[in-house]
Design a protein around this ligand. Structure first.
Ligand code: 5GP
Length: 208
């Protein structure tokens, strides 16, 4: 009997610089996982070490705006001078194949997803302390001073939005944060609202 066939849409979000990307990578390093990463499209310049089609699809502003017009995004946002968006085509495909689709997106994007797909599981990653996040943003070494203060200002606003999420996960240690997310996904699958109909099917005739 297979009770849980459709995959979950899991949104990993949180303030800029909290380590969402690192936590997501740790999640994908787990053995025997069943996750697919939703590769976003962006107009931001590629950073050293990033790979086209693995980290992002790097495109021009014109191309991105065409895709907006043709309704090709589940959600998108303009963040610190660049567009970021989740291409719609892969979303249903991944979920129907029973895989968990992991989106790593900003707070604004998460709000849009929740409106369109209320069944999505939303996780807010938080730092152990506020200072830890500031230090991380400053220490990343990939951004100019101006960009750093822009990201800090954005993070300060985003701290206040945790209440919108289904779960809050502290990123004290990357491995711990990834373990917590795995536990959340397991528990979500066991929720009655997700598995009851399949359970009834298994039982056959029963008064519901
Ligand atoms: P970065 O430039 O550091 O790679 O990403 C900047 C921010 O954009 C991060 O908070 C990241 O999670 C977010 N982001 C990445 N992809 C998407 C996306 O497809 N949609 C939205 N809304 N945000 C995204």
């Amino acid at each position: 009997m297979k009770l849980n066939e459709r995959g979950l849409l899991v949104v990993i979000s949180g303030p800029s610089g909290v380590g969402k990307g690192t936590v997501r990578k740790a999640l994908f390093e787990k053995r025997g996982h069943n996750y697919t990463f939703s590769i976003s499209m962006t107009t931001r310049k590629m950073r050293e070490g990033e790979v086209e089609g693995k980290d992002y699809y790097f495109v021009s502003k014109e191309y991105f705006e065409e895709k907006i017009k043709s309704g090709s995004f589940l959600e998108y946002n303009y963040f610190c001078g660049n567009y970021y968006g989740t291409p719609l085509d892969k979303v249903e495909e991944a979920l129907d194949s029973g895989k968990e689709l992991i989106l790593e997106i900003d707070v604004n994007g998460c709000q849009q997803v929740k409106e369109k797909m209320p069944d999505a599981v939303t996780i807010f990653i938080v730092p152990p302390t506020k200072q830890a996040l500031y230090d991380r943003l400053k220490g990343r070494g990939t951004e100019s001073e101006y960009k750093i203060s822009e990201r800090i200002a954005k993070a300060d606003k985003e701290f206040k939005l945790a209440y919108m999420y289904d779960y809050i996960v502290v990123n004290d240690e990357v491995k711990n944060a990834a373990d917590r997310i795995t536990a959340i996904i397991r528990a979500e699958h066991a929720k009655t609202k997700r598995s009851l109909h399949k359970y009834y099917e298994m039982l056959g005739d029963i008064e519901k």
